[in-house]
Design a protein around this ligand. Sequence first.
Ligand SMILES: Cc1cc2nc3c(=O)[nH]c(=O)nc-3n(C[C@H](O)[C@H](O)[C@H](O)COP(=O)(O)O)c2cc1C
Length: 263
Amino acid sequence: MVDPNDWRQICADYLSVSSYDRATLDAIWEDRDYDPKTRPETYLSYPEALARHELGPPEPPAESPSLWEVLAARRSKRNYLPEPLTLTELNLLLWSSQGITGDKGDYQLRTAPSSGALFPIETFLFVQRVEGLEAGLYHLDVKGWALEALQLGDLSDTACEIALDQEHVRKAGVTFLWTAVMERCRRKYYERAYRYVWWDVGHAAENLHLAATSLGLGSVSMGAWYDTQAHELLGIDGTDHFTVLMASVGRVEGSDWEADRRA
Ligand SMILES: Cc1cc2nc3c(=O)[nH]c(=O)nc-3n(C[C@H](O)[C@H](O)[C@H](O)COP(=O)(O)O)c2cc1C
């Protein structure tokens, strides 16, 4: 076990080990090869899920603000009303962050870019207030475009606890919990992959925030969560498959959300 007091050295070592340097890069990669034909499975699904909810094609509203208006309006908003999201809104949020938009035959492309088109990110959801969808913990089956229920019931306390007791999570319509399946990216990029997965999730998250803004919803990313508790809940090992970001989304009204800005 590493000594956590050595964290500065450990982090410095990591940055050094995963840095590219013109003088050494070719030698390091000389014995490495990558065969896309033997790449790890890109799509995770849970055939044993308690229930499966087909999402169907996303249906954007007839009218939306322009991209430029959305960019100017995006703000982290946490002061959610206790009113549910619609399934159409949830479908659009999911599609914006991870929907498939291109087919290259043996791989597909999505709304968000991914390093090497390897798509290591998985989406789990705490559904709390969504019309027509039972509360619970769900996983997004990206290829089948469906939500798979892993636990049913009110998990708002659990979600809030995992997010370091951030109260907006308890009030959210839905909370995203993104994970990375490391080997999808690591098989090709080795140590550098430990940078790529964070960039991948950042792209997906910003798409989510822009979609939420466009729909008039509030959303906020969360970098603070109890990793070990989240991994236990999801039944993942925290090493080869681990959590990389959270975000809550909810309905907001007017400029009420300004009251929740921190000093
Ligand atoms: C990676 C990341 C992690 C964040 N973590 C949290 C968080 O745990 N809790 C929270 O309330 N806000 C969190 N935020 C939101 C920031 O506080 C917010 O983006 C920042 O104050 C700038 O405000 P704006 O997003 O409204 O422009 C996070 C943002 C990012 C990008």
